[in-house]
Structures are given as structure tokens and as C-alpha cells.
Design a protein. Structure first.
Length: 115
């Protein structure tokens, strides 16, 4: 089982990034996919979630209207489009897959928002 995040980097405030998480080794379409983030000195927090079948989405209040989660089951990939980025969005972003008792994590990708 692997979850491999990519797309992180350094961006100026107000800019955009698109994170990707490529999955392998499990039946991707059957799993709820989530993005979490963890800033230095803070606990990991849930950012966005997308359901397995209908693609229903939900977001943390802090990112609503700015971030969009999506998935492509044919490519076994989940995305996080991040717009209007703020310095407080700086964190390591992690991909998570969950179905019943099975939980998988990626290694994380760093996002830094700074001028």
C-alpha cells in the first residue's frame, strides 16, 4: 500500500497550489479520502474529505471557499486545489485513506506560504 503526495512548495500569499496523492496497493474507489495538515507545534487537523461513492465533500471552516478536494478513481488519485493561500496555511499536508478499520497515510508534502 502506498500513498504518495506531490505538488507542495513555496508560494506567495494569495497564490495557488494543487496537491496530488497517488494511491496504489488497495481498491482506491472504495475508500474515503482525506487531506490533513500539521503546522509546526500544532496538532494534525482535518482539512478536507471526499466520500468514496458519490464524491460528497466537506471542509474545515478555515479553508471553505478556498480549497477544493476532488478524486479521479480511474487514476487512483485525490487532489487538493488550494487558492487564495494564506501564511497560516503553511504546514505539512498529508493524504489519508480510510475504509472501516483500514487506514493508510502518505509521507506528507510541505506547503509554505510566505512573501
Amino acid at each position: 500500500v502506498q500513498l504518495v503526495e506531490s505538488g507542495g512548495g513555496l508560494v506567495q500569499p494569495g497564490g495557488s497550489l494543487r496537491l496530488s496523492c497517488a494511491a496504489s496497493g488497495f481498491t482506491f474507489s472504495g475508500y474515503v479520502m482525506k487531506w490533513y495538515r500539521q503546522a509546526p507545534g500544532k496538532e494534525r487537523e482535518l482539512v478536507a474529505v471526499i466520500s468514496s461513492i458519490y464524491g460528497t465533500t466537506d471542509y474545515a471552516d478555515s479553508v471553505k471557499g478556498r480549497f477544493t478536494i476532488s478524486r479521479d478513481n480511474a487514476k487512483n488519485t485525490v487532489y487538493l486545489q488550494m487558492n487564495s493561500l494564506k501564511p497560516e496555511d503553511t504546514a505539512v499536508y498529508y493524504c489519508n485513506a480510510r475504509r472501516r478499520g483500514d487506514v493508510y497515510w502518505g509521507q506528507g508534502t510541505q506547503v509554505t506560504v510566505s512573501s
